[in-house]
Design a protein around this ligand. Sequence first.
Ligand code: SF4
Ligand code: SF4
Length: 101
Amino acid sequence: MTYVVIDNCLKCRYTDCVVVCPVDCFHASAEMLYIDADECIDCGACVPECPVEAIYPEDELPEDKKEWLPINIKKAPELPVITEKEDALPTAEERKKELGY
Ligand code: SF4
Ligand code: SF4
């Protein structure tokens, strides 16, 4: 199994999740993060760190978010690993409100 980042991360990119991952499986684009399914050990440590609930175990993905599993699998290996917290995107606070958090 793996954990998956969904589009709640898009325009937020808080990166609180990356510092707790024991196997450095987060990869980053300029817009959002993705989890490498081959590296994730299903520890769940990242889930409570995310302020916009953008991370799900693959078997608990809401029906309308299932497309994010193949997207994470495809995108993660194409992007650099991120292990240190960075500033959230300038759009993060607005996006967080929009998502209801
Ligand atoms: S903490 Fe959440 S919003 Fe921030 S980068 Fe990780 S998944 Fe994205
Ligand atoms: S579940 Fe664990 S191993 Fe997988 S991305 Fe989150 S912190 Fe990393």
